[in-house]
Write a protein that binds this ligand. Structure first.
Ligand code: BTX
Length: 327
């Protein structure tokens, strides 16, 4: 048993209340002296804990730090987020998640970090991931689906992100095909799905998720200021990152389990409801060609359907989509 985690859980069960040393020692299965030592460690980690003789311990404030203990305390899932590998600063959470997955990390394992020094997006593009003000994480999943359906996981993740942002901030985001979350006309979050597979068998997927949580306008570098925003800027309030991550895990588990049982239909419907893309005139550049037309929806597999000016319909699998300014 992780005693620090048990103490944090006990504090979360009784917010603002004193909990006696006796009660903590019973629920953690250790001596009162051991409890005291772990409380001291929590203080070093930045927790403010009040200790009053005869009353016990009371949590006054928890640090705004992404720790495994905090994510797991009070998390209402049975596998998504139940194992958390938390870091302070890494190059990117993606290779760490691949390494963990290849060594057998269970489905639902989450790699999170306060900072990435080499965060990346699609096609090797850089992802700006400053310290302390974002949520930079990679989720390992092991769905038993054919390779052709794995892009649906990006769409599912985008739906879950849009839902979680709405629930936790009250701001209504839109999904830009296939992997960006927009508020207004600026990007607040991006999804990068990477796959490990043999022939037609998926070993695992690593879903990288970057969320600009508490960046202020000054934290956004000039080269991104026209295209990037944060939840704090848009909602006008700082975001509590731990409850956000917990809600994301809970929403992901519900959506993912439904998908595994019932298929893609609900994700498609929700994606279309939240879509930034559908109904817009767009230009799509693939390696072979450039197409222009109106995005009219997803097909039942999750492929974007584009209608050109002659009324001909095209399937767009994975490509860069540019939007006409007036669309
Ligand atoms: P993307 O290729 O769609 O977007 C990358 C582009 O977005 C960049 O070229 C830049 O223009 C812009 N950009 C860079 N940083 C930001 C930012 N913080 N906010 C808004 N726009 C930005 C999107 O790729 C997928 C991003 C996934 C990031 C996660 S974080 C955890 C995991 N680890 C990792 O290295 N990547 C993923």
């Amino acid at each position: 048993m992780n005693i620090k985690e048990e103490i944090i859980k006990a504090f979360h069960r009784k917010p603002g209340e004193f909990i006696s040393g006796e009660e903590l020692s019973q629920s953690c299965g250790c001596s009162r002296t051991a409890i005291w030592k772990h409380i001291e460690e929590l203080r070093k980690d930045g927790y403010e804990v009040e200790a009053v003789r005869k009353s016990g311990y009371r949590l006054l404030a928890a640090p705004d730090r992404l720790s495994a203990e905090e994510v797991r305390a009070g998390l209402g899932t049975y596998r998504i987020g139940q194992k958390v590998l938390a870091h302070d600063s890494v190059i990117s959470t993606q290779p760490l998640a691949h390494e963990a997955a290849s060594k057998g990390a269970p489905e639902g394992t989450l790699v999170i970090t306060e900072q990435q020094t080499g965060g990346r997006g699609r096609l090797g593009r850089p992802w700006h991931s400053p310290k302390g003000s974002g949520i930079w994480m990679s989720l390992i999943i092991r769905p038993e689906i054919p390779l052709s359906k794995t892009p649906q996981m990006t769409l599912l993740t985008a739906v879950v992100l849009a839902k979680t942002i709405w629930e936790e901030t009250g701001v209504g985001p839109k999904i830009k095909w296939p992997n960006d979350i927009f508020i207004g006309d600026k990007k607040v979050s991006g999804v990068l799905t990477e796959l490990n597979a043999e022939s037609d068998r998926v070993n695992y997927l690593v879903i990288g998720i970057g969320i600009n949580a508490n960046m202020t306008s000054e934290d956004i570098p000039p080269e991104l200021s026209a295209i990037a925003t944060s939840l704090r800027i848009e909602s006008g309030k700082p975001l509590k990152r731990i409850p956000f991550i917990q809600r994301f895990c809970e929403n992901f588990e519900a959506e993912y389990d439904h998908y595994l049982r019932e298929g893609f239909e609900r994700v498609k419907m929700e994606w279309e409801q939240h879509s930034y893309t559908i109904g817009r005139w767009i230009t799509v550049s693939t390696i072979q060609q450039t197409l222009e037309g109106k995005a009219i929806g997803l097909d039942e597999e999750g492929v974007l359907i584009l209608e050109d000016t002659t009324g001909k319909r095209h399937k767009v699998y994975s490509a860069d989509v540019n939007y006409r300014a007036n669309s």
